[in-house]
Design a protein. Structure first.
Lengths: 215, 215
DNA sequence: TGTACATCAGTGAACGCGCGTTCACTGATGTAC
DNA sequence: TGTACATCAGTGAACGCGCGTTCACTGATGTAC
């Protein structure tokens, strides 16, 4: 029933014109995703709106899902970069609460970046709603969790990765939920989401740290 | 481009046989949603799997989106009932921290109920991913926020609904994100999600309450 | 620098299929007298 | 209690359309000598 589908890009664009075409496909797909949703988007429509013929699209992507997958990859990479930047700017601060204190940076940047690229949210939601693509988001969140764990576990002697990983994973999930809400819910302004989510995550980790220091 | 679509149920089933048919349509649609996703589900397929002919489906639903909408309504009603139950069981406790202390009840029940009905998660995700149906989930979360605000605002003299509503709204959102993660992420077990999310929400509201009491 | 050839980029035309939806109909159940 | 009629439930057959995808092709760019 649910046979495997090739999700990899078929052929990478080599010439300048081709790179433009490739990017245009992804941009148009993003726009259509927000406008009409996953269940209405089609390769025919993407090609038409991108000003190319359908076989050109199939030159780069083996099928429709590969387009969505590429969209997801591009987005996840950007999100990942923000996390890397946040980790880098706090690298020299050895105190265990360093990252917690700077958490608002991560949240602000994530919300602003997502807002700057309209369609980012739609991509996340589309990936989640399509069974064969769910792993993309899951994988990205796990990778971010790993990166944070790699940083803090060695700096917390006696604490185990096994106890920290699920807690970080949960914070990552709730963080993204907050980002999504900042964009989806007009009745709560973004500044409030930023402030209160930061408060909440910080309160949680300060609590954990207090327990840890008592050991 | 995005013209209005009638999402209301066309005709309510009156006889016993009809009620069964109607429910079977929704059950089959839920299953197909998890198995193949929103972008693959079709009225033809739903009818075939439900053992009815397509015109029978169109007797009750004006179009495909109305089926998804009905699915969402049914789910949101159930989620809402859990919140009502939680509010009811804490009605007599006048202390402001009453609901906070009992928060784990709400979370446990929500996770267990969602787990008991496979497909519940898929419905949420599908609704969110389809532009014309996004309001269903948003409306449900706002309604829950209203119900909680109705309870606690009068019991917190001096606090305004304007300051509480966004905070409650955020907790509702993060609560559901936790429920979703409990079901989507096999690398973190449900017990941990329950415990840590409860800790986090409680830490946040205890912090708020401490500030409030200082006023 | 010119040219021959290889590779890359994009097109025209077509395919079979399942989609959402509708119409005029038959058969089953409920209700008034 | 029987029967006539109204309403409810479900069907057969069909529609036009856009879908995903493929093939054999032409035109543009890069590269080796």
């Amino acid at each position: 029933m649910d046979e495997a589908v090739d999700l990899a890009v078929k052929r990478a664009p080599r010439q300048k014109r081709a790179v433009e075409t490739y990017e245009r496909i992804l941009d148009v797909a993003t726009r259509l995703l927000s406008e009409i949703g996953v269940e209405r988007i089609s390769t025919n429509l993407i090609a038409a709106e991108a000003g190319i013929k359908v076989p050109t699209l199939y030159r780069y992507f083996p099928n429709k899902y590969a387009v969505l997958m590429a969209l997801g990859d591009r987005l996840m990479t950007r999100q990942n970069e923000i996390v890397v930047e946040w980790l880098a700017r706090n690298e020299d601060d050895e105190r265990p609460e360093a990252l917690i204190e700077d958490f608002h940076f991560l949240l602000d940047r994530s919300i602003d970046a997502t807002r700057a690229e309209p369609g980012a949210l739609t991509i996340m939601l589309a990936l989640r709603a399509v069974p064969r693509l769910q792993e993309v988001r899951l994988g990205s969140h796990r990778q971010i969790t790993d990166a944070i764990a790699d940083r803090i576990v060695p700096r917390l002697p006696g604490a185990t990765r096994a106890e920290l990983w699920p807690r970080i994973r949960l914070s990552v999930e709730l963080g993204y939920a907050a980002v999504e809400m900042a964009l989806e819910e007009p009745l709560v302004d973004a500044a409030t989401v930023k402030r209160e989510t930061a408060n909440q995550i910080q309160a949680y980790w300060r609590g954990w740290l207090a327990e840890y220091l008592k050991r």
